[in-house]
Design a protein around this ligand. Structure first.
Ligand code: PGA
Length: 261
């Protein structure tokens, strides 16, 4: 399976910087042919980046979208406008959406079904908190998020979806992890959960389909730890936050994946 490497810029890159870094990325990554790459900037940079990425091997993603078509919904962004601006992917159910903005799996599911209807590839994020892990709920939490977020997705549609396993405790975010060390999952921790997700997908959708749904790992991915993570069979790439804010670091991560693919 090809690796898929995504950069999630969150609310961390303004319009002018976005243009600069996006151009650097196009340049750094122009020779990479065997990796699927996407960048998710702020909504306010989608149009600029759509122009910059045109003809390159970097695809455009949004970080979220509305579950509604369009209408009187202050502050929301319609998926069809993301398509109009050239997005191919949309990140849904990121832990920051779930845990800081209170998005439930039911809401994520509505957004995901809308994205599929519009031909956007959903990157469905799931992950347990440190507390849930301590309480022995890690499998249950991820399973429940998968079950509910993927409700009513047909066998035909499921192959459009990318899963991103992002343990909340590994995400470089002090709002999510106010105390303690924030670190990437070790290869063993990541493997355990990726294997679990893979079995769940195979149980649910059959082995032909379930085997081929990409599962990205996310949470403190860096050029230093990515290669080891990519060697794990059920890790099919990464969703990268902090390290995607640097064209150089992000490109190194892509190069490691490219080398292994
Ligand atoms: P991080 O973020 O790489 O900064 O930990 C990952 C993510 O939240 O997608």
């Amino acid at each position: 399976m090809r690796y898929i490497i995504g950069g999630n810029w969150k609310m961390q890159m303004g319009p002018l910087n976005s243009i600069k870094i996006a151009k650097e990325m196009v340049n750094h990554l122009k020779d990479i042919k065997n990796i699927e790459i996407f960048i998710a900037p702020s909504y306010t940079s989608l149009k600029d980046l759509s122009e910059i990425f045109k003809g390159s091997n970097i695809k455009l993603s949004a970080q979220n979208m509305s579950e509604f078509d369009e209408g009187a919904f202050t502050g929301e962004i319609a998926g069809k406008w993301l398509v109009e601006l050239g997005c191919s992917y949309v990140i849904l159910g990121h832990s920051e959406r779930r845990r800081i903005f209170g998005e439930s799996s039911e809401k994520v599911n509505k957004k995901l079904l809308k994205a599929l209807e519009l031909g956007l590839k959903p990157v469905l994020c799931i992950g347990e908190t440190a507390q849930e892990r301590i309480e022995g709920k890690k499998f249950r939490v991820n399973e429940e998020q998968l079950e509910k977020s993927l409700s009513n997705v047909s066998l035909n549609q499921i192959s459009q979806i990318i899963i991103a396993y992002e343990p909340v405790w590994a995400i470089n975010n002090r709002a999510l992890n106010p105390v303690g060390e924030i670190r990437a999952a070790t290869p063993a921790e990541a493997k355990e959960m990726h294997d679990f997700i893979r079995s769940w997908l195979i149980d649910k959708y059959g082995s032909n389909i379930g085997q081929n749904i990409p599962i990205q790992y996310g949470g403190s991915v860096t050029p230093e730890n990515s290669e080891e993570l990519f060697k794990i069979p059920n890790i099919n790439g990464a969703l990268v936050g902090t390290s995607s804010l640097s064209a150089e670091k992000f490109s190194k991560i892509v190069f490691y994946a490219s080398k292994l693919s």
